[in-house]
Design a protein around this ligand. Structure first.
Ligand code: ZN
Ligand code: ZN
Ligand code: ZN
Length: 89
């Protein structure tokens, strides 16, 4: 991937896609989400920053998994939290 100044995105060769179209944390607590993102380090799918619980960015900070991909149908982009870099693929 071409991640510009981001070495995290540059290191990604295969995009991990969502295995289930739900937020893995919201389903446990019965919460709603807006959009879904898939962690490119461990493959977990979590909710975006427009969602009340922001599980994807919490996960990224908590376990230092920097890059997410959109899990929304038709969207093909990656985002790196520490570098604040978007990349389409
Ligand atoms: Zn990065
Ligand atoms: Zn969530
Ligand atoms: Zn992860």
């Amino acid at each position: 991937m071409n991640g510009g100044s981001c070495t995290h995105i540059a290191a990604i060769e295969d995009i991990k896609s969502a295995t289930a179209h739900v937020c893995a944390e919201c389903v446990k607590i019965g919460a709603r989400w807006v959009h879904l993102r898939t962690c490119q380090t461990c493959g977990v799918t979590l909710c975006c920053d427009s969602s009340p619980n922001r599980h994807a960015s919490k996960h990224a900070r908590a376990v230092s998994h920097p890059v997410i991909a959109s899990a929304e149908p038709g969207e093909r982009w990656l985002y790196c939290f520490p570098d604040d870099v978007f990349a389409e693929y």
